[in-house]
Unconditional design. Sequence first.
Length: 158
Amino acid sequence: MKDTSFDEVAFFRAIAASGARALLIGRRALVLLGLPVLTADYDFWLHIDDVERFNAVATGFDLAATQPPEEARRRGRYVLENGEHVNVLIARSVPTVGGVIVTFEEVWARRQSASLSDTDAVALPSIPDLNLTKQFAARPKDLEDIRMLQVLARTDEA
């Protein structure tokens, strides 16, 4: 991987402009919601039909896919990398560790936007759906993230 100067806002802007149905998930989404977590990568859940569109954006940022689109679709995930690391989930649905089936279409329909600037935003799952995505693996850091999301949800309700 080569070191590059990566413009996160420009990357998010290009994804939105491409029309790709892409949701920022993982800890980077929590950062945009104002939660105090650290992360070194990006995680997206992408509509299975938008792989080529998303990859075209990534190419403009010198990010290369580790798998061709058809192989990525068979596996349900792939990585974009070259100085940055972008995990891409492309499954139509994913079960939580508790057996709840979470579908991309439903999460996309309930998405929210996180403002990056006066003119730029990135699509995120709603807080309850982001909570569900953290339950796909339920690693120790995911459990802490879920706790913080629950506090954030209670704060938003108050």
